[in-house]
Design a protein around this ligand. Structure first.
Ligand code: PLP
Length: 392
């Protein structure tokens, strides 16, 4: 399928047919070119690729490898982007984004993944990059920071672990009015449930380790956006050496073919689990964008196409009670990741937010009795039975 045809198809079709490169034997998908370098017929031919006159395979660390080209075409199609770059991890994608577009200052709005907060709070300032953090309740300070020269707004929505939502369109309008770019970590939602570029964001970032990979068996990252904004990221990725390996690229391409059906099932099961937990006498609160009682529900209906597979519940009782529930779950494995076929549970105060003081957790609305669930692809009835036995 040619690029142009592909762009006009639905998301599931793009997920299956995103890759346009076929080999000489007619393989329907691009094979794994597990090679570091590629040979040329002549120096003139080699120079055409080096000088960018034609896209060709050259050297895998540069991303100039057919298996990586195929993956990137699919990734771009899924977010409705002109271009995509693949990386060896979500953090590698973020680092390249910040080093390219964040050198004049970055403001991170709302909650974000712990590694993001550490990179922004501890490492980038060592390079002289100014970084700022605004909670949703402090958004009135955004214009002052942008007027002071900050050029990149970074946000994650829904975010970890309270599933709090941010209004991408409203933030993009405010940032663009001051000449700043907006990048969104779309890991929790996946492009099936939310496409930030359609809402006005400039760049989308993914930890492809999660829903895009979908099987807890690969580590990868991605950036999607316009050719103009992604072009300067290329050199940072190349020289930081943060390229995805061809075998991982092929595995991720394989996973993307089922992304849409997987995410729809995650959504349906998480909605059922959220509704059951909201009625459970041992559960004080459920945080899930698909519940009409959830504070961000109206915004979720406006900017999301599905409510996702992640939810957080607050057990009635103490942090120790929540720990007991987590330890008693059998189908939900106690592991700090998300987006795989298997269901996972984490207690934020013992994992993702363990390094943050109890006071700061409270300021961010994160209680010790919270359990974050990544609802997998098992039968929903079995997941509900597992939660029931652990809570009882
Ligand atoms: N963004 C989010 C929302 C995440 O959950 C994670 C990892 O958990 C990352 C970024 C970092 O991704 P990776 O582990 O692939 O580097």
């Amino acid at each position: 399928m040619c690029d142009e045809d592909n762009r006009n198809t639905g998301l599931a079709t793009r997920a299956v047919h995103g890759s346009t490169t076929r080999d000489a034997h007619g393989s329907p998908y691009t094979p794994i070119y597990n090679t570091t370098t590629f040979a040329f017929e002549s120096t003139a031919d080699l120079l055409d690729v080096i000088d960018g006159k034609r896209r060709g395979a050259l050297y895998t660390r540069y991303g100039l490898n057919p298996t990586i080209f195929a993956l990137e075409e699919t990734l771009a199609g899924l977010e409705g982007a002109e271009a995509a770059w693949a990386f060896c991890s979500g953090m590698a994608a973020e680092a390249a984004l910040f080093l390219t577009h964040g050198r004049q200052g970055i403001v991170c709005i709302g909650e974000a993944y712990g590694g993001t907060l550490e990179l922004l709070g501890a490492q980038l300032p060592q390079l002289g990059i100014r970084t700022h953090f605004l909670l949703d309740s402090e958004l009135d300070q955004l214009e002052a920071l942008l007027d002071d020269g900050v050029r990149l707004v970074f946000l994650e929505t829904p975010s970890n672990p309270t599933l709090a939502l941010l209004d991408i369109r409203a933030i993009a309008e405010r940032a663009h009015a001051r000449g700043a770019l907006v990048a969104v970590d779309n890991t929790f939602a996946s492009p099936v449930n939310q496409r930030p570029l359609e809402l006005g964001a400039d760049i989308v970032m993914h930890s492809a380790t999660k829903y895009l990979g979908g099987h807890s068996d690969l580590t990868a990252g991605a950036l999607m956006g316009s050719k103009a904004l992604l072009a300067p990221v290329w050199d940072w990725r190349k020289n930081l050496g943060s390229m995805i390996a061809p075998e991982t690229a092929a595995l991720l391409s394989r996973s993307l073919r089922t992304l849409v059906v997987r995410v729809r099932q995650h959504n349906a099961s998480a909605q059922a689990v959220a509704e059951a937990m909201a009625r459970h006498p041992r559960v004080a609160r459920v945080f899930y964008p698909g519940l009409p009682s959830f504070v961000g529900h109206d915004l979720a209906r406006r900017q999301m196409h599905g409510f996702g597979g992640m939810l957080t519940l607050e057990v009635r009782g103490s942090g120790a009670d929540a720990t007991r529930v987590a330890d008693r779950l059998r189908l939900f494995a106690l592991a700090p990741s998300l987006g795989g076929a298997e269901s996972l549970v984490t207690q934020p105060c013992t994992t993702t937010h363990h390094g943050i003081s109890a006071q700061e957790r409270a300021r961010r609305g994160i209680s010790d009795a919270m359990l974050r669930l990544s609802v997998g692809l098992e039968d929903t009835a079995d997941l509900l039975a597992d939660l029931e036995q652990a809570l009882s």
